[in-house]
Design a protein around this ligand. Structure first.
Ligand code: FES
Length: 245
């Protein structure tokens, strides 16, 4: 029995088509399609995990009933090692776990926290999801674009800052929110806070991890909830956006 092969189907996607609707979609997709076969960034020799890293990955795997469960932690480890996750690094993760490439690729491309391209020294994620959008997330994003002279998704020429618009960061109560390189949050974002943040980062100073208690929680929670943070704050009623998009 001949096995069904996807190869002709894949080849047909790459062939020119006479269907104007299809060819127009290929040239102008609604969402830009990633390059399916980009030039690898890392050489074969670089694409290895050390023995210590392999041991950590084995530790991840025993925490889950199937190897797929360890994919997020292993992608994270790979990002810490390589700086970002081009397809060949995602394949290394998939091969190491013995899972399909498509599965690891799907996870890596779903989360903005996994970097698919090289980023600046600081990645500024501005939340433009629903609550933040209502409270000025886009105003903040556009202010940042003007201030740094680059658009969302771009990196400044000096390689210092990348700006990203991201989905909910889980801190809607103190919207709008900005996160620095998958690390500390800046709550109740304002232009003044943004100016101070950029100046501090240019000096190499990361903002502190701040735990925020919402005003209505103050009494019931007896102040701040966490003790493992460097600074505490009380949230204020968020402003309303100047523009909604
Ligand atoms: S909508 Fe921005 S943190 Fe939830």
């Amino acid at each position: 029995m001949r096995l069904f092969s996807l190869a002709p189907l894949i080849r047909s996607w790459e062939k020119p088509t006479n269907n104007p609707a299809v060819s127009d979609f290929i040239k102008h997709p609604v969402v830009p399609l990633p390059d399916r076969f980009p030039e690898p960034v890392f050489s074969e020799e670089d694409l290895v995990f050390t023995d210590a890293e392999k041991e950590r990955i084995e530790e991840f795997q025993v925490q889950y009933p199937t190897p797929e469960g360890a994919v997020m932690k292993t992608l994270w480890l790979a990002q810490e090692k390589f700086g970002f996750l081009p397809p060949e690094v995602i394949r290394l993760v998939a091969d190491t776990l013995g899972i399909p490439f498509s599965l690891a690729y799907g996870v890596a491309t779903f989360y903005t926290q996994y970097y698919k391209a090289r980023k600046g020294a600081y990645v500024l994620d501005v939340c433009t999801c629903f609550s933040c959008q209502l409270c000025g997330g886009y105003d903040m994003l556009h202010y940042l674009e003007e201030k740094l002279g680059v658009r969302e998704g771009e990196t400044t020429e000096d390689g210092l800052f990348t700006i990203q618009g991201v989905e909910c960061l889980g801190a809607c109560g103190t919207a709008p929110i900005l996160q620095v390189t998958n690390g500390p949050y800046v709550h109740n974002l304002s232009r003044e806070k943004m100016d101070a943040l950029i100046d501090a980062l240019k000096n190499g100073d990361m903002p502190p991890f701040v735990s925020v208690t919402l005003p209505q929680d103050e009494d019931t929670l007896d102040g701040n909830r966490r003790s493992d943070v460097e600074s505490t704050d009380v949230g204020r009623t968020p402003p309303i956006a100047e523009t909604l998009e």
